[in-house]
Design a protein around this ligand. Sequence first.
Ligand SMILES: [Zn+2]
Ligand SMILES: [Zn+2]
Length: 278
Amino acid sequence: MELYQFAFKDRSFQTVKRFFKSLKPLEKRFYGDRPKSGFTENTVFDSELVLYNYMMKITDEIFQVGGGNLTSAEDAAIYLICFENHCALVDAGCGYSQNRLLQNIEKCGVNPNQIEYLLLTHCHFDHTGGAASLKEILPCQIVCHESEADFLEHGDNAVTAAGWYGARIRPFAVDRKLTGARETIHLGDRTVEAIHVPGHSPGSVVYLTESQGLNVLFGQDVHGPLHSDLLSNRKDYQASLHLMLSLEPDILCEGHYGVYKGKEKTADFIRSFLRADE
Ligand SMILES: [Zn+2]
Ligand SMILES: [Zn+2]
């Protein structure tokens, strides 16, 4: 892979040492005790580690650029879709690491100005807290399901769960409100399908696209949870799990549980949340 060379173009001892020194405590934990245990001029560095620090390549066109150790620990995953020069982000995280996020996007070889859409999977703060400030710096349209637009446009701290994070959501305008069960979003001459999957929240949406012959599903909170504060609905949730299974994704990009590859693995993960009695 070539992308990591951004970070380690110069692999000199001093550069690598500076790099480890610049890591935040959380990242240090992720990298294990390599920095602590010390290294010398003769140490061979695993370039994969550095690649993961900025982003994770999922296909040649799809990357994870935020979430966990890529941005802030509180962030749900942020994914970048890049079809030629037409790009979209899936979710925005909490907004605590905006500069880092932009840097990660650039490390994918993408100019943030190429981002045409911010595709929100649902209104919860760990996915949308950063949307207002992203909108100020990126020329993107914000997309979410119509049934949750109000909570974002009026900054509802309860339904967006911002209160759970001890935060307040910054309200923002939703440019495109999805209606009905399915809608198509165009990225150049490619498409992304928005599919309504209520349950975890009333306006939860998954985004489905094809990349390198693979069905890639962005299902951010497949795992739930269900809670009355979030206006969750168990019956809808179970039906939505069945719907997601029927899409037979080759790759599932989840919000908190990482990326699953292979039809069997994605199905196993989705199925694990089905209740036997429903
Ligand atoms: Zn979440
Ligand atoms: Zn959620």
